[in-house]
Design a protein. Structure first.
Length: 138
């Protein structure tokens, strides 16, 4: 069995952002040379997420609106975590959206459904963060 590791770096200018990273994960898969196996993609920060869904602007805005209702950023005083910080909401948003995805690799391609795309969700941006791509297989 072979393994391949790559990292993606992000720096979103806003506090929240949703980036389609499917093409970058596909590029890593091609570099790996692995034809059958599994591809893990995970956010390496506790205020960011990796998830799979449709790349449709309305849905992405719905996610953002929904997350902001569930864990609003302001007032920052509502979160005990914010004593000295202002990102308590980002930790909760990450918990809801998840840390990672695992996608099957079949015949050298990500085995995604017809509308599925891989996203990096940022909930406390404005600084550099990373995501890990780990591919294992034959």
């Amino acid at each position: 069995m072979k393994s391949f590791t790559d990292y993606l770096t992000f720096s979103t200018p806003e506090r929240r952002g949703y980036l389609n990273i499917t093409s970058q994960v596909n590029a890593a898969l091609k570099k790996s040379g692995i034809k059958e196996g599994l591809c893990l993609v995970n956010a390496m920060h506790i205020t960011a997420s990796v998830y799979i869904n449709d790349d449709e602007a309305g849905l992405i805005q719905d996610y953002d609106d929904w997350l902001e209702k569930l864990a609003p950023h302001e007032p920052v005083s509502r979160y005990r975590h914010n004593r000295g910080e202002d990102n308590g909401d980002a930790h909760l948003k990450r918990q809801i959206m998840g840390r990672e995805v695992v996608v099957a690799v079949t015949e050298g391609a990500l085995d995604l459904g017809p509308w599925e795309q891989i996203f990096y969700g940022e909930f406390d941006g404005r600084r550099k963060k990373r995501a890990l791509i780990k591919i294992i297989g034959e």
